[in-house]
Design a binder for this molecule. Sequence first.
Ligand code: ATP
Length: 301
Amino acid sequence: MSVVVLGSANLDVVIALQRIPSPGETVLTDTISRGCGGKGANQAVAVARSGAPTTFLGAVGNDDAGRMLLDGLAGAGADVSAVRRTDGSSGTAYVMVDAQGENAIVVIGGANAGYTDLTEAEADIIRRADVLLMQFEVPIETVTAAASIARAAGVQVMLNAAPYAELPADLLENLDLLIVNEHEAALSAGTQGTPEEVATVILGSVPGVLITLGAAGSLLATRGTEPVRINAPHVTAVDTTGAGDTFSGAYAAATVEGLPAVERLRFASAAAALAVQERGAVDAIPDRARIDEALRHYYPG
Ligand code: ATP
């Protein structure tokens, strides 16, 4: 039982500053770090560390960043043998973080932006999966094509619609599960309301929706069944970067494991609760042993 994650891989260049410069201003710092990032790569790492066989599909540049991204993914246990190495640079995110934790981000699409079509070999990898998990940091036409290939092969299609983009009808019709935070859920539904109300509207377009509610937990609604809502564990969050990616990846892993709905949500919530207690994105994504231990602690019985 395997998960294919199709999406972006970015080199994250994180620059820590006292404050983010205004236009025309120069600010000095020597605190800079580089790491593996991008929603696709983050979610692939989360699936793999959650213990499910994982294949990552995407593109990196033929540069040092590309090698680092592939090493990071492979190190987490993801199969990267089908990742494209393209001419030019890897996707790069420049993240400025000020002393209050506020950030300003510039993303250069690089190889991700050039991932505009799928080869027959990539299509075959999708067909052999049990779950296909995607996001919106690669071109939407590729996401749409992959969803159609997966649907035709009976593969369960999950889309984390982030960063938010309007969903075209030919993508919506091939989705099994839409994963969104509260803000994205309201945009998808075109209305505000309680999570249950918003989910009901979204279920008019897709068979399932999973709304993450930050520290308030998450809600899973699927057509024809009662919605399931659970609380997030009470923890002290120090950095919520990548919480949604950790949650989505862990949820996909729990799905291929065949866990029932409540158990899938608990597993993903435990993983995300661990992630928010550490700084960084990929570095904060927990492995299976830590998730299992946290589950016993956060959701006893
Ligand atoms: P991000 O963009 O920060 O990665 P997101 O906006 O996509 O996150 P959220 O709904 O904020 O998604 O968080 C995803 C999940 O992470 C939540 O459903 C919850 O399980 C967990 N989570 C987030 N913040 C907290 C918190 N403060 N305490 C415990 N769990 C949290």
